[in-house]
Design a binder for this molecule. Structure first.
Ligand code: ATP
Length: 503
């Protein structure tokens, strides 16, 4: 697993997808840059989301609010008081950790033991193996499950009650050591606010303390009435936005999964109070279908319903994806009640209400939100697509099977050889296609090498011009995933590509 993940990271670099930020200065931890292919993949992910959420919904509109907001925003939203992670330092190694992550890692080790038992039993019993039954009845596995469950429950309770001393006791009782040195010499657990602070204004006396936004949602809430009035929106309606968010994450690892600067795609759906359960279920269903539509395998997704709720929510679920390091949160769906608008009313003393003509009354709307990280979606798509394929004759190929709709380059056009007018013909095809798709021209190396290069870069089609093209105007279209080649009139190429890449 770890090796697979290392391959993902090095492939992302080698093919111009993701670079460590400021690499020539040895990088900045948990900050990344997207290269020529990465930027294109990221844009395509955003477009795929925007089309599904905004363009296809008559009652959802999109905005673009500022990263810097009035500081009271973050008092009202609860982020100043409650956007914290519990930190613990190891006294010997002087390294800092998130206490909840240390405990979760410990639980993951117990879960790995369960997986091992399952694998052993499945091997022993073969076809007759019933996993569900095994999990429910094998005494050792049942004990592991109970252990894992009770640890997570106790942690959840202690964090909820802000009982940080108990979080420390739990770490000590479980005998958790520092991941680097193994040392079990821990400090007390402290809360650490994740927001990045900055200053507005030139002189230090009258500078105003600001935060870089830790989520895009608040830009939507503070504009709720502006959009509702100018767009003449009727409840239920949604406001969507894509933009950067910043969090001073402590456990910054797992590549672009958890970054300090990242992008979110969020949608706040404003509804009548009391209808939140229905809309929450509806958005859970809609969002999982959006993920499935990319064809990356339904088994790679699962819901995780939260027992422990954030300060603003009355129901919450994650859509988890099977990343190379296991199932982890990809998207959150939250029923936020009137928490945000209600608090902004309080702090701003402005009415943030909607007059419902059908009910003939005014109220603060309830909100169901869907929130997904662009970068996490990128990692999901990229890691799932990267495959090492055995071609059967002792050779393998590395292929990046990106959903065609998201691929940075849709087609590469090759002349078979660099003479006889073939390059000119190939350039002509590029000129024709480039108005509709991102395409590239390549004439370097043998054509087989060129195919492999595009396989690894994720390009779904290769178009090759050869001597027959001179005679009858046909070209070969090679499909990345099947490696099949078809001979078609060059006028048909556009339609063939469009069939697969159009949303
Ligand atoms: P986590 O539990 O992983 O820290 P979260 O529950 O704090 O995430 P939310 O506040 O619900 O996350 O944010 C919504 C989405 O934003 C997440 O589902 C994730 O896709 C993305 N996201 C959150 N934090 C980060 C980060 N540091 N780097 C990249 N993406 C992030």
């Amino acid at each position: 697993q770890e090796d697979d993940f290392k391959k993902v990271i090095s492939h992302a670099k080698e093919y111009g997808y993701v670079f460590q930020s400021s690499e020539i200065y040895d990088g900045l931890s948990a900050v990344y840059d997207y290269g020529q292919n990465g930027a294109a993949l990221k844009n395509n992910i955003k477009e795929y989301w925007w089309k599904a959420m905004v363009q296809l919904h008559g009652n959802i509109v999109g905005i673009d609010s500022a990263i810097l907001m009035h500081p009271t925003t973050w008092k009202a939203s609860g982020h100043v008081d409650a956007f914290n992670d519990p930190l613990i330092d190891n006294k010997d190694s002087k390294k800092r950790y998130r206490a909840d992550v240390l405990i979760e890692d410990h639980v993951a080790k117990i879960e790995a033991k369960i997986d091992k038992e399952v694998a052993k039993a499945s091997k022993r019993f073969g076809d007759a193996f019933d996993k569900e039954q095994f999990l429910a009845t094998n005494p050792r596995v049942v004990e592991y499950q109970e252990q894992a469950c009770s640890i997570l429950k106790r942690m959840g309770k202690s964090l909820e009650n802000e009982d940080l001393a108990d979080v420390k006791s739990l770490i000590e009782e479980l005998g958790i050591g520092c991941p680097l040195s193994g040392s079990k010499n821990w400090t007390d657990v402290k809360q650490f606010n994740l927001m990045f602070g900055t200053k507005l204004g030139a002189s230090s006396e009258n500078a105003m303390d600001l935060y870089l936004r830790p989520e895009t949602a608040q830009g939507i809430f503070v504009n709720f009435l502006n959009v509702q009035k100018t767009g003449r929106m009727k409840i239920p309606f949604g406001i969507a936005q894509i933009g950067k968010a910043f969090r001073n994450e402590i456990v910054a690892r797992q590549f672009i999964f958890r970054q300090r600067e990242f992008e979110q795609m969020e949608m706040q759906f404003f509804i009548r109070p009391g209808s939140q359960r229905e809309w929450y279920e509806k958005w859970k269903e809609d969002r999982i279908k959006w993920h499935w539509s990319l064809g990356m395998g339904k088994d790679n997704y699962r819901f995780h319903d939260h027992d422990k709720l954030a300060h603003y929510a009355d129901a919450a679920a994650d859509i988890e994806f099977k990343f190379p390091f296991g199932f982890k949160e990809l998207e959150g769906i939250h029923s936020r009640t009137d928490f945000d608008l209600g608090n902004h009313e309080k702090y701003s003393s402005k009415k943030l209400q909607y007059f419902d003509p059908e009910l003939n009354e005014s109220y603060v709307p309830y909100v169901v939100e869907t929130s997904i990280g662009v970068d996490r979606m990128f990692l999901a798509v990229f890691s799932n697509s990267l495959q090492e394929e055995d071609l059967g004759n002792g050779t393998t190929r590395t292929v990046l099977k990106l959903p065609a709709v998201l691929a940075p380059t849709k087609a590469a056009v090759f002349p078979l050889v660099k003479k006889d007018g073939l390059p000119e013909l190939a350039h002509g095809i590029v000129e024709d296609l480039k108005w509709d798709f991102n395409v590239l021209y390549d004439e370097k190396d043998a054509v087989g090498r060129r195919y492999r290069r595009q396989d690894a870069a994720g390009t779904p089609f290769c178009i090759t011009v050869d001597h027959q093209t001179l005679e009858d105007g046909t070209v070969t279209v090679r499909h990345r995933d099947t490696m099949e080649q078809q001979r078609v009139p060059k006028e048909n190429v556009k339609r063939i590509i469009a069939q697969e890449v159009d949303m």
